[in-house]
Design a binder for this molecule. Structure first.
Ligand code: IMP
Ligand code: MG
Length: 184
């Protein structure tokens, strides 16, 4: 991974353990029903793929693609739906699966949008929940880890659309040059 250096925030084994635990809770919650699992692309593709393979219930899959960050790490404040759902969600039990909640704007926007389509229920599962004060309520039923507010990469999360395949969740460290300078 060339020049970028990452510090591990959540190691691979801890993520895998948590994903299994979430899958167990989700399976219990939807026992006897067939929820529609909606993966929010691109970030949640790895989390979703691992999660659904541990579910013990029947489920259907769909995908939504949104963009909020551009090539930079600062939130643009605009949520754009790049790809909408393939099917109607009326009377469906919908579970939105998201990698990380930052400002919460993406989920807030999607929840408001999807509620208008009258699903039987609408719930959220997120792997990472940044500890940021939010002015609105987000009904997140299934949370993996509460984490500090910093920019993260790996396990689906990108830096400039790269590094999504790193098996752990890491954060960006100063470059070696910077470190050498600051250690002096
Ligand atoms: P929010 O709308 O501010 O909650 O941002 C949510 C979206 O931004 C997520 O779906 C992620 O794809 C992306 N995002 C938020 N925080 C990070 C991060 O630390 N690293 C990479 N992507 C992030
Ligand atoms: Mg995302």
């Amino acid at each position: 991974m060339e020049k970028m250096k990452f510090r591990v925030l959540i190691p691979e084994d801890k993520i895998q353990e948590k994903v299994k635990e979430l899958a167990r809770k989700i399976s219990e919650h939807y026992e006897g029903r067939t929820p529609l699992i909606v993966s929010i692309l691109k970030g949640s593709f790895i989390f979703t793929a691992d999660l659904v393979r541990h579910l013990t219930i029947r489920y259907k899959m769909d995908f939504l693609a949104t963009s909020s960050y551009g090539m930079y790490t600062k939130h643009s404040g605009v949520v754009k739906v790049l790809k909408d759902l393939d099917t109607s969600i009326e009377r469906e039990d919908v579970l939105l699966v998201e990698d990380v909640v930052d400002s919460g704007l993406t989920l807030k926007y999607l929840v408001d949008m999807l509620k208008l389509r009258r699903p039987a229920s609408l719930s959220i599962a997120v792997l990472l929940d940044k500890e940021i004060p939010r002015e609105f309520d987000l009904p997140i039923e299934f949370v993996g880890f509460k984490i500090p507010n910093r920019f993260l990469v790996g396990y689906g999360l990108d830096w400039r659309d790269m590094y999504r395949g790193i098996p752990y969740v890491g954060y960006v460290e100063h470059s070696e040059e910077e470190e050498k300078t600051s250690n002096k």
